[in-house]
Design a protein around this ligand. Sequence first.
Ligand SMILES: Cc1cc2nc3c(=O)[nH]c(=O)nc-3n(C[C@H](O)[C@H](O)[C@H](O)COP(=O)(O)OP(=O)(O)OC[C@H]3O[C@@H](n4cnc5c(N)ncnc54)[C@H](O)[C@@H]3O)c2cc1C
Length: 390
Amino acid sequence: MIGFDLTPEQKAIQERARRFSKEEILPVAAKYDRDGTFPVDVMQKAHQEGFLTPLVPKKYGGGGLGILDTCIISEELAAGCMGIYVSIFVSTLALYPIVRFGTEEQKERFLRPFCSKYTLASYCLSELTVGSDPASMKTTAILDGDHYLLNGTKMWITNGGYADFYLVFATTDPEKKHRGIASLIVPSNLEGVSHGEPIDKMGQRASNTTAVTFKDVKVPKENLLAGEGEGFKKAMAALDITRPMIAIGAVGIARTAMELATQYAKKRIQFGIPIIQHQAIQFMLADMAKDIEAARLLVYKAAWLADQGMRNSKEAAIAKAFAADIGMRVTTDAVQIFGGMGYTQWHPVEKLMRDAKVIQIYEGTAQIMRLIIARQMLREVDLKWEKSSD
Ligand SMILES: Cc1cc2nc3c(=O)[nH]c(=O)nc-3n(C[C@H](O)[C@H](O)[C@H](O)COP(=O)(O)OP(=O)(O)OC[C@H]3O[C@@H](n4cnc5c(N)ncnc54)[C@H](O)[C@@H]3O)c2cc1C
């Protein structure tokens, strides 16, 4: 059976996240967007609420929530400000591989302190010359006695300037491509770790994005996550779980854009009537409503599959690709409904449009999502037709 009702627990966390978004995020969203500074105060409060650690099991002090539960929280936070939400979300991206693949000792050493005290973490996969093709990464981790010697620069790292530790992907043998990649937990206070200045971005300006450099950093062997050569699989497994959480961010942005555009259309008079009475405007709003609903359902399905322990690579990619595209379309149409006003900083819809754009780029671009979908779909079709021709 399929049910579309949220459980009482899910309704309660949704309500808590909605209140936090309304009281703590929304009132400061424009300020942090304008200044391009990092909202430390909001982040500390979000940590207290447990929004940085929803997937960490309760036994380490985390929320012990599921992936669908986390998506429900995420939509509400992103509806307030995607830049602030993504700063909160990135900790889950870095922590989830430890939850899933870490040893008991690593969980005690990294997860427990993270939950008890305000801490931030980053996920370091991309490099300046290596984005969509991370298997070609240049950062190296060479085993040298009881430690790995880590060298290289990671690029576009969210929370890069504030993280207490980084989950870093590096190659132990470039010849082996993805089979040579390891993931290491790297505390930011180790000698040789440094980060660049915040990158001045088009949108999501409350989030802190920097380069992070590792120069002859001695990372203890005990900080290797899973086996050497297992890093790439782990990175991709984490992305299957976190893509729905980014996709639902686009739903949150789109929802806010639709609500603002609807309110404006009711008040704005042209040709003697509110513009909402023009059918062309109503159709734009109707398209927004249907796209948002469809995107949310795709996200819920991808998240639900992951909660059941089932593979969701294709569904996560479908949800991410679809939601990112509708996020862009809905926010662009919201600017259209606002007319000239929409193109100014007097109204928040231009921010929503800028914030939406990067969702088509990070966590795998729109094109890479389609590659994943196509590969899996072709495999399924081949299998089906092989079976039927037997
Ligand atoms: C604000 C922001 C925050 C980020 N945060 C993080 C982070 O915390 N951690 C992290 O590791 N990374 C992060 N990233 C990096 C992000 O994941 C990459 O930007 C993304 O993967 C794309 O890589 P690229 O920018 O190198 O583009 P490229 O890979 O160079 O792609 C350029 C274009 O070519 C297309 N393309 C590439 N290959 C193919 C192909 N095979 N078929 C068709 N088209 C293709 C792409 O879709 C894109 O349109 C962040 C990026 C931004 C902008």
